[in-house]
Design a binder for this molecule. Sequence first.
Ligand code: AMP
Length: 397
Amino acid sequence: MNILVINCGSSSLKYQLIDSSKEEVLAKGLCERIGIDGSCITHQPMGGDKVKTEVDMPDHTVAVKMVIEKLTDASVGVIKSLDEIDAVGHRIVHGGEKFASSVVLNDEVIAAIEECNDLAPLHNPANLIGINSCKEIMPGVPMVGVFDTAFHQTMPQKAYMYGLPYEYYEKHKVRRYGFHGTSHDFVSQRAAEILGKDRKDLKIIVCHLGNGASISAVKNGESIDTSMGLTPLEGLIMGTRSGDIDPAIVTFLAEKEHISADEVLSICNKKSGVLGLSGVSSDFRDLGDAADAGNEKAKMTLEAYAYKVAKYIGAYTAAMNGVDVIAFTAGIGENNAQVRAMIGEYLGYLGTNIDPERNKIRGEEVILSDEGSKVVTMIVPTDEELAIARQTEALVK
Ligand code: AMP
């Protein structure tokens, strides 16, 4: 089955065409600056070079048309016609409490997703535009929605409630939802497979450390807690997001800086995290280079980052009354040996010791902890597109 996986943002559209029978990516690409001057599509057939084409894409429907054009192109295409796309899998950021698993998209479901727009005003409307554009261009092709929040719907109420008046939960659904669910699900499942165990028998902590970052506690195959909340702003220090802060800071800074609460929140989302703390960059490669060159703020930022991850690992170990596996994933978790080692320094009490030689490996499935460790620490590269393709296939087959 050929499955087109779509991740649609407000001005971008990422895609992968995956042959689900072989679990092979046939082609992938990205449409950028949709609706803005200078829009372009970068397309790459597997095994071939990236081809960047500047083309006017006034809206997402035109972008989807361009994607189909590239996929069926005589020189850079990988299929002959639209008929060879059997299904489309859409990444959807927020499914609220309505969606605890992936779902076939029909008009009723699309309306229910629209009702979640308030919870993710920057993301869900863009996801819906992608869905509607695909519907227009590929009317007969079945489509599936895969939600970032779905895997965490198993969290117990004690984990997802904020200490706020209960009426705000009832009236506005203010609660913790968590994100990156597709990745936490995929990585925890894969970690169990690598160890030759059933996920249902394990307590796993997944550290998804990318530009956006979150940690989850997966007990007996279910997410029982995760660090992101109502929005992806809560939790760890991230590339540009602050993670947990005292909420009183919002109005305090608004008053001191003569800016609105909205502007403070925008700073918390876009100018904070390791970027704001270090003043260097949101990218951990730049941050590592600066720290190596003696930049004290960069060093402090890395320390604060690792400390926060370690604190969450401790909290989730307590939440699960133990831990069997700690899995690192996403850009930093998979590639940054320095950060993994810094986190590892806090984990001695768990009886896990990251082997410095193994820790040099990047981007591969590997067990990092040494033979005597009680808790297995490992790298498990995430693959959210493959996870979306699998779930799409399972629902449309
Ligand atoms: P993601 O959002 O998962 O793409 O992760 C992005 C983050 O991963 C950035 O901070 C990158 O600096 C970091 N990253 C990606 N590749 C590497 C690498 N080879 N070494 C260190 N950090 C990396």
